[in-house]
Design a protein around this ligand. Structure first.
Ligand code: APR
Length: 174
């Protein structure tokens, strides 16, 4: 296999549910049955097909839910994307602030994207909302992991919902 070109990392200040990409990554929880934040926005705009696909996953290989740091794809429903890749970030303090679980969310999402043949992938700032991971540290882990993970994905787009997140990622891109 030819050595893939390094992935292009882009930053967008906006709403991840409005992105036109192959795959949109969801900051889910282990239940895969929806929630607030990005999760709520994706299910709201993506429609019931996504939840139906998540329920099927829970009824099959994810009977106990999706473990932290892992990723799984479903349809994107009405979103302008082909897939939603659901991943579960670590909760700050609870996970002993172990960066490897947060890094795993990005690495596993890229692995699933490669399995799907996705070439453009939009990520939110995983774990930086309800899961309270400090933004600068989360941005560092996100950018470092994406830059160091071999993938056939051509564009990784970090979609940041507010200035605090956007500026943290700008600082990491250097
Ligand atoms: N587009 C892009 N980013 C968004 C959007 C959106 N529409 N909505 C929220 N965000 C940002 C938040 O501002 C935060 O920076 O996504 C980041 C992650 O926040 P959360 O969505 O709260 O996700 P997380 O911290 O990983 O917590 C996951 O929250 O919503 C529940 O069901 C979810 O239990 C899970 C937990």
């Amino acid at each position: 296999m030819r050595t893939p070109a390094p992935v292009t990392v882009t930053l967008v200040r906006g709403d991840i549910t409005l992105q036109s990409v192959d795959a949109i990554v969801n900051a889910a929880n282990s239940s895969l049955l929806g929630g607030g934040g990005v999760d709520g926005a994706i299910h709201r705009r993506g429609g019931p097909e996504i939840l139906a696909a998540c329920r099927e996953l829970r009824a099959s290989q994810y009977g106990k839910g999706l473990p932290t740091g892992q990723a799984v794809a479903t349809t994107a429903g009405k979103l302008d994307a082909r897939w939603v890749i659901h991943t579960v970030g670590p909760i700050y303090q609870v996970s002993g602030n172990d960066p490897s679980l947060l890094a795993s969310c990005y690495r596993e999402s890229l692995r699933v994207a490669d399995e799907l043949g996705a070439r453009t992938v939009a990520f939110p700032a995983i774990s930086t909302g309800v899961y309270r991971w400090p933004m600068d540290d989360a941005a560092r882990i996100a950018v470092e992991t994406v830059r160091n993970t071999p993938t056939a994905v051509e564009e990784v787009r970090f979609v940041l919902f507010d200035d605090r997140a956007y500026e943290a990622f700008v600082r990491q891109l250097g």
